[in-house]
Design a protein around this ligand. Sequence first.
Ligand code: C2O
Ligand code: CU
Ligand code: CU
Length: 478
Amino acid sequence: KTYTDYFFDEPAFDLHDGGYVPLEVSDAPAKPLNVPPLLKPDKETATDVYYTVTAEAGETQLLPGPKTKTWGYNASLLGQTIVYRRGQHVHVTLKNALPEVTTFHWHGADVSGPYVDGGCHAPVYPGESKQIDFTLDQPATTLWLHAHPCPETAEQVWHGLAAMVIVKDDHEESLPLPRNYGVDDIPVILQDRRFHENNQWDYRADYDPDGVAGPTVMINGTVNPYFDVTTQKVRLRFLNGANRREWRLHFSDDLPFTQIGGDGSLLPEPVSLTHLMMTCAERDEVIVDFGQYHEGDEVTLFTDDVPILKFRIHAFKPDHSRLPDKLFTVNAPAVDPALPIRHVVMQGMDESVAIDGKKFEMQRIDATQPIGRAQYWDVTNSNEAPGMVHPFHVHGTQFLVLSRNGHAPYPNEHGYKDTIGVNPGETVRLLVRFDLPGVYMYHCHILEHEDGGMMAQIETFDPSKPKQEYKLMDMDTL
Ligand code: C2O
Ligand code: CU
Ligand code: CU
């Protein structure tokens, strides 16, 4: 079976919003898609790996004419791609070479909050560095790194502070999947920007409390990109790295593609689709089979009706490999019957956004949960139809999506996730378990909603240990 719809509520699509910024078909010269290089470890042993990640300012040639002032991680824009191996002890030096405070948030990583996780309680001041270390015990997937200082997350990400993180493990490597990075395994970081005078970005000028958007698509920091296809099958790691924009992806000829992974793991089974909608911060891994095309053909990726990425087909060897029917086993934890259902309500629009009637307070703990025990979270978007889809994200965990308004989740939501689009008037039931004690944020991932206060935080604890103290920043000490 091949699914042919976007699943989400059509009247809530961002393109119906009064403030929607339509995309323009780029007239910039076509350029090869930038594939961020893999970040080289400073050192690697059998058990440990050492990286340095530097947040820095630079200039990037995005359009003909003046370069654009941009920020990035070990790069002038976005970043080098970081690879972690499950079980490996990772040491990262975080360096801030920017003129202002930032944080390094590992979105989707099972690491402890509030410091290692890099939320707003983990500032790195200009000119300073910090060391963190952790060992990931989570399945192979695609995560990302982005800035998260509150309330400047949106502006810093707009400047370019976002990079892809790939987690590898033995299981994924035992499957017949493309994994030759840059050749048949490609990051696709989807973003949009508005270019002002002299090709500069101006976040303030473009500000909208419901999310900043621009008319120009930028993929991996490339405007008007094409990709040279040299293998029959190509794996695309889509990341919605936009502040606000939803992507509704489909190919020319309605070419079907196969989704193999979501935010936090492979999917239990491959899902065949012709259309795919991504809300902010979500990742979707798909495999595109170009077998029906020939050298010289061109296949186009669209969002809505706007072409955004061209695949130029070159000669390739026929690939008769078949995807296994089973990709991944979800070991769903049993819900703990002693824990009540947690209700979380995302409410409001514009400046009035809040969670459970409150705006984010850095020093307020809004909820608690024991580690190692799974709890139902019923997450509601109280906007009335047509409203907007709020992408709900929890730090420090990968959850399972159990239902949407009592119905089955969408067919491509059966793996682990850390971000889930919630339709207006909808309640999504999640099964959430934390493995590490700490303080973790949960929020809408429209970055301006998050900065605007649609965010809260939970403290997780080990009931068998004395209560821990955390140093929580506030806006003034930051
Ligand atoms: Cu991408 Cu608070 O997260
Ligand atoms: Cu996060
Ligand atoms: Cu929102």
